[in-house]
Design a protein around this ligand. Structure first.
Ligand SMILES: [Mg+2]
Length: 316
């Protein structure tokens, strides 16, 4: 009987996001695929150290212990390795007792084309190119940064933190801010406070997590979600109204108004933080695992930003 993955939260992850393969990657880049293959064979029995996304993946897989007959999460290795070099990865998976059984080894080719075949909801990789290809095909994807130094993940609950604009929400308002400045942005967002923001690349994932949360009694959800946005009053209202319109609850919301996000993320102990901006990700990635969310490369950027932000009717 075939397994239907579409009813689970499916995470596709590259071997380099799951395990620390930085030294191996340097060998690949400096000496090519043959030297890399030989190195991996020679070190096949050496267990790999955890990579940046390891704490998240381990915590997500633990959700399957709640009811082993109805697993909630599926993790699929999406690797540019060959199956031959992938053996060391499988050995490490088995060492850490991670419940991962499915893998796609694409032998050097991009694996973006296979994400749909596994019904992947979230793709995490160290490769900016692979992440861009996934985002362009409409899949929530993030480029994972190098692991933070002393990250101490919560063992009981999975903590996921999202930026707002250009991650959960579309980047239309963000573009107004960049083109016309803070004042124009604040004025527009106040005017449009009751108009829900368009969905961004991670909206569907938030909805899926929110659905999963609701399957547990109040206060007992194993997943905790935070919104950590640079917005503050008066631009917060549109965000709150958007979440209401989507019928999703976030457990914690931080409207930072220009204050650095990393201290909040450290205190929240996020297993992962998703943002689109380097200026937030650099400090954040030093304290919690972090992923950069790129924009779709073929999006309609020629559309005037005001129209994209929801002002279409007002102009006519
Ligand atoms: Mg943003």
């Amino acid at each position: 009987m075939s397994t239907d993955l579409s009813r689970r939260l499916v995470v596709g992850i590259s071997s380099r996001a799951l395990f620390d393969l930085e030294d191996e990657n340097r060998i690949f880049e400096a000496h090519g695929v043959d030297a890399y293959r030989q190195y991996q064979r020679d070190h096949e029995d050496e267990v790999l150290a955890p990579g940046a996304a390891f704490p998240l993946i381990r915590a997500l897989l633990r959700l399957n212990d709640i009811d082993p007959h109805h697993p909630l999460v599926e993790v699929v290795i999406m690797s540019r390795n060959t199956a031959d070099t992938g053996l060391r990865i499988f050995n490490s998976i088995s060492h850490y007792q991670l419940g991962i059984t499915r893998a796609a080894f694409s032998g050097g080719r991009s694996n973006a084309a296979y994400l749909d075949a596994f019904s992947v909801d979230l793709f995490l990789s160290r490769s900016a190119r692979d992440v861009q290809a996934a985002v362009d095909s409409g899949i929530a994807a993030a480029e994972i940064y190098a692991p933070p130094e002393d990250f101490d993940p919560d063992q009981d609950q999975i903590r996921i933190a999202f930026d707002g604009d250009a991650v959960l929400f579309s980047d239309a308002s963000e573009r107004i801010y960049q083109q016309d400045g803070l004042e124009a942005f604040a004025r527009l967002e106040s005017e449009l406070a009751d108009v829900p923001l368009d969905e961004g690349p991670f909206a569907k994932l938030l909805k899926t997590l929110s659905y999963l949360q609701r399957s547990f009694p109040a206060g007992e959800s194993p997943v905790r979600i935070a919104l950590v946005t640079a917005r503050n009053s008066p631009t917060h209202a549109r965000v709150i109204n958007t979440l209401r319109a989507w019928q999703v609850d976030v457990d914690e919301a931080f409207f930072m108004g220009g204050v650095s996000k990393h201290e909040i993320l450290r205190a929240f102990r996020a297993h992962i933080f998703f943002d689109d901006q380097e200026s937030h990700l650099q400090p954040a990635s030093r304290v919690v695992p972090s992923g950069r969310v790129p924009q779709r490369s073929f999006q309609d950027n020629k559309k005037p930003a005001a129209k994209a932000a929801g002002l279409e009717e007002k102009e006519t």
